[in-house]
Design a binder for this molecule. Structure first.
Ligand SMILES: NC(=O)c1ccc[n+]([C@@H]2O[C@H](COP(=O)([O-])OP(=O)(O)OC[C@H]3O[C@@H](n4cnc5c(N)ncnc54)[C@H](OP(=O)(O)O)[C@@H]3O)[C@@H](O)[C@H]2O)c1
Length: 212
């Protein structure tokens, strides 16, 4: 199947590498497309190509991963809105910004779910799952294809079909999927959330879900 990855920076690049290693066909794009071209060349499989722009990345794609900083997410969704209808939309973004001194702050009021905010930006019919942003890029790289027990990637969605689609992508990238809850629970997956940056197997993951 074909997945578009829009944003090929810190997290988008490791997501793309993970999906490519599981034989997913990928169409990549980034702000000026240089990093998308470099990443496609670095992965070096014919099934991974750099698209001309964000809309072109969606051509023929079953799913899209929006690996973008939260502050640019709404604008990019507006740019590509029509083709998102009917597609799985996977968002790893944490609602954070970092100032010039490296201070990190949350862009949403305490308790407001980023998943519900992103859902409000999407066109009707887009199928949203918050996923792939639950670990730092380094941890993601070192944990994928863990053996003998795979590491878990948590996800959140209100949509059963999005859940099926994101579970397939999570397995393709070398992890075991576990649903943390609906979009209202996405704060648990973010930086500062109780499920963020955990490397656990499925049994422990399920007990943590119930333990909140
Ligand atoms: N990095 C991590 O370890 C990590 C882990 C978990 C979650 N996250 C979350 O994931 C999100 C992205 O983080 P990141 O570290 O990957 O950020 P990043 O390294 O700054 O990468 C952002 C990417 O977005 C692209 N981009 C910016 N504007 C765009 C536009 N209008 N159209 C298309 N692409 C555009 C950039 O393109 P260029 O390459 O051309 O500049 C870049 O490839 C954040 O919300 C972060 O909280 C990050």
């Amino acid at each position: 199947m074909t997945t578009a990855v829009i944003g090929t920076g810190g997290i988008g690049s490791v997501i793309a590498r993970g999906l490519a290693s599981g034989e997913e066909t990928l169409r990549l794009s980034s702000a000026d497309n240089e990093s998308a071209r470099m990443l496609a060349a670095g992965i070096g499989r014919g099934a991974v190509v750099a698209a001309v722009d964000n809309r072109d990345a969606l051509r023929g794609a079953d799913a899209v991963v929006l690996a973008l900083r939260f502050a640019v997410l709404k604008g990019v969704i507006g740019e590509i809105a029509d083709p998102l209808t009917g597609k799985l939309v996977v968002v790893p973004s944490n609602p954070l910004s970092t100032d010039a001194h490296g201070n990190v702050s949350r862009l949403l009021p305490k308790g407001q779910s980023s998943g519900e905010v992103v859902a409000g930006w999407l066109p009707a019919g887009a199928r949203l799952a918050m996923a792939f942003g639950t670990m730092s890029a380094d941890l993601f790289e070192s944990s994928r294809n863990r053996s003998p027990e795979p590491a878990v990637l948590f996800y959140a969605t209100d949509d059963d079909r999005a859940g099926e689609g994101v579970e397939r992508l999570i397995r393709t990238a070398g992890f075991e999927p576990v649903k943390a809850g609906g979009l209202g629970e996405s704060g648990r997956l973010e930086v500062g959330g109780d499920l963020h940056d955990l490397v656990v197997g499925p049994a422990e993951a399920r007990s943590l879900i119930g333990g909140a």
